[in-house]
Design a protein around this ligand. Sequence first.
Ligand SMILES: [Zn+2]
Length: 123
Amino acid sequence: MHSLLKFNSKEYYKLNKERLNNNNKKYYRELRKEIIELLGRKCKRCGINDQRVLTIDHIFGGGKKEFDNSESSWKYYKYIKEIINNQKLDPPFQLLCHNCNHIKRIEIDSQIRKIRKRLKDGD
Ligand SMILES: [Zn+2]
């Protein structure tokens, strides 16, 4: 009985894989749109509002790690949306365009290098 159920759910998944994936993609796109709305619809730094280049940036870092731990991208977006709704006044996320996101990363890297150097030099 048990193995039969398992087989059936596997078969079901196989048969419906494409449909399920499409549902996930649709849900992902809707969630992304909602999060962009919640975060003000434009890049926090340069103000560009072209949604194709906007990324959801974790202000204090750690986004990549959290994303890796998340089973799928829509689940991660769902999690982000919940956090934003719980911390409306000061959400730990912001919208950045790809360029500003890249610049932010370079700035953080250079700050880290400076701090490491200072610690090494014993200041
Ligand atoms: Zn920007």
